[in-house]
Design a protein around this ligand. Sequence first.
Ligand code: GUN
Length: 283
Amino acid sequence: MTAKIIDGKEIAQSVRNELRLEVDQLKQDGITPGLAVILVGDNQASKTYVANKQKACEEIGMYSVLIDYPETLSQEVLVAKIKELNEDEAIHGILVQLPLPAHIDETAIIEAISPEKDVDGFHPINIGRMMTGQDAFLPCTPYGVMVMLEHINCEIEGKHVVVVGRSNIVGKPAGQLFLNKNATVTYCHSRTKDLKAITNQADILVVAVGKRDMITSSHVKEGAIVIDVGMNRNEQGKLCGDVSFDEVKEKASYITPVPKGVGPMTITMLLKNTVKSAKKAAL
Ligand code: GUN
C-alpha cells in the first residue's frame, strides 16, 4: 500500500481562510481579536517561532503585540506584565514562548496567565477541563492533529491509537483528546519494553519523540494512519520528522510529511483559540 499524504499546509490554509471570515465578522461587531506574545531572551529558534506566530495573526487580520524582554528579566516583572495583560480588554490570548531562562519558574508563569486567555492550553485549569471533557482551550499541536484527521474523515471511535512520547505539550494531551473521542489509547515512551510489539497494534500511530528515524516500517501495521509530530534536522540541515517517511509511506494508508504536515497546523490552532477567546469576550 502507498499512503495518501495528509497535506498539513493545505488544511491549515483552509482553516485560516475560515478564521479570516470570523475575524472580519468580529471586527464589524467592534472586536479585533488580539494576541500578546511574550519572548524572554535571545533563543534564535524561539525568535523565529514568535515571528511566524505574529505574521500568521496579521495575515488573518488579527492584532498581535510582541513583548520582548532580555534574558535577565526577573520573574516578578514577568508575572506583573502577565497580570496587566489578563486585565487588558484588547488582548484575548496570552502566549509566553517556552523555554524560559532557568531562573524563571515556568509553572508559576503558566499559572499566572488567566485560564480564559491561555490560548496555548497549558494552564492546569485548561488541562483539567480537557481531561474531563469540558470546553477548554486545547493545546495547539494535538488539537491540530485532531483537525487533520477530521479533514480526512477519519473515524476515531473504537480505534487503537498508540502515542509514542509523553510530553506535557504534545504526547499526553494527544492521548487524552483521542480518549475523549472514544479511542482505545496506549502510550509508549523511553522506558517502554517492546515498542514494536505495541506500535504494530496501532490503527492510528502518533509519534512525538524528537528523534529522527525513531519509527521505521517494521513498527507500523499495514494500512495504519501515521502522524509524525517530530521536528528534527538531518545531517544536511533539512527538516525531518521522527518517522522514516520513505519506507513507512509504503505501508501506511495515510501519513503526514515533515515539513508541511503537523507543523503548519500548530500556529493555525493558536489563531483558532484566540478567535474563540475573542468571541467569548464578545458575549
Ligand atoms: N515552545 C515550543 N512550542 C511552544 C508552544 O506551542 N507554545 C509556547 N508558548 N512555547 C513553545
